[in-house]
Ligand binder design. Structure first.
Ligand code: RB5
Length: 146
């Protein structure tokens, strides 16, 4: 598997529809996408899906993941409990970009009730296209786990 072109995605019911659209967007862009669920708009606990994606990124099975819930808050709280996970809840393009440049974020979190489809695609694309600057920022992120 080409880890640079592979991504894991998950959501709860509140963002199921946006997850499906982002999945299609990513597949169209040549990504291989693992869908950790949920698979309908039936009410579920976001924690279960957040754990699946965060665990896969934490263990290095995927370099990057995308998580969605209604606001993105629950998913970001869950994901950031995992070692090596830097989950960034973003609803503007500048933050999505800077979460990569300065924070080397490895999970992008979106609120399905916050962002529209077109903005969500732009957030995902910007996040995927932007690299980590390293240098002093590498020292800073290393110090998170020290
Ligand atoms: C579900 O209603 C909602 O609580 C969930 O999607 C998320 O926003 C939690 O943070």
């Amino acid at each position: 598997m080409d880890k640079d072109k592979s991504i894991i995605i998950g959501s709860d019911h509140a963002a199921y529809e946006l997850k499906e659209k982002i999945k299609t967007y990513l597949v169209d862009k040549g990504y291989s996408v693992e869908d950790a669920g949920t698979d309908s708009t039936e009410s579920v606990n976001y924690v279960d899906y957040g754990k699946k994606v965060a665990s896969a990124v934490s263990k290095g099975r995927y370099l990057k993941g995308v998580l969605l819930c209604g606001t993105g808050l629950g998913m970001s709280i869950v994901a950031n409990r995992f070692l090596n996970v830097r989950a960034a809840l973003c609803s503007d393009v500048f933050s999505a970009k800077m979460s990569r440049v300065h924070n080397d974020s490895n999970i992008l979190v979106l609120g399905g009730r916050i962002v529209g489809d077109i903005l969500a695609f732009e957030l995902v694309q910007t996040w995927l296209d932007t690299g980590f600057e390293g240098g002093r920022h590498l020292e800073r992120i290393k110090s998170i786990d020290n």
